[in-house]
Design a protein around this ligand. Sequence first.
Ligand SMILES: Cc1cc2nc3c(=O)[nH]c(=O)nc-3n(C[C@H](O)[C@H](O)[C@H](O)COP(=O)(O)O)c2cc1C
Length: 178
Amino acid sequence: MKIIGITASPREKGNTATLIQKSLDAAAAKGAETEYINLSKLTIHPCKGCNYCKAHDTCVQKDDFASVAEKIVSADGILMGSPVYFFDITAQAKIFIDRLYACVDSAFKSRVPPGKKIGFIYSQNTPDRNAFGAHLDKYNQVAGMLGIAAVGKFVSVGDVSANPAEIDGAVEIAEKLF
Ligand SMILES: Cc1cc2nc3c(=O)[nH]c(=O)nc-3n(C[C@H](O)[C@H](O)[C@H](O)COP(=O)(O)O)c2cc1C
């Protein structure tokens, strides 16, 4: 059982990083092999919309996207984490998601092997955890296009170091990946 955790916050020790890392720790304690990926440390350019990936089974751009795509292919479970920036995911997360276009073929059939699960972890300041639900839930559809089953999301509120109980919600999502 391999679970990868992807964070799309520019803050290396921020809330999203903590939530993902603690969730991976919990998954490791249950026997999973885990890997933490910080998109901000990688060079992943925006999708060019060139459709090279529809005529070939890979993206034309030779940057760090391919290594993350390979990790998705080898994982059983994925935790995708992003802070909320202006009611939605961060630019880093959106750029990464757009590049996943290379993981569907010209008939929009997924190139990702079936049987994988994904859970979403979000971090925001607004106390209402449902405030941005309409914006965030659409990423379940992205997972659906890739044939990856979405197990749910947890929206964490505020500074995790001041509210460590927030970690429990993220860990619950990680446990659904088993
Ligand atoms: C550019 C920017 C935009 C933000 N927009 C929102 C927002 O729309 N709603 C919200 O609740 N919090 C918003 N926040 C607060 C962050 O979501 C919050 O601080 C989050 O915990 C940061 O996560 P991190 O520590 O993992 O980077 C914003 C923060 C920044 C820097």
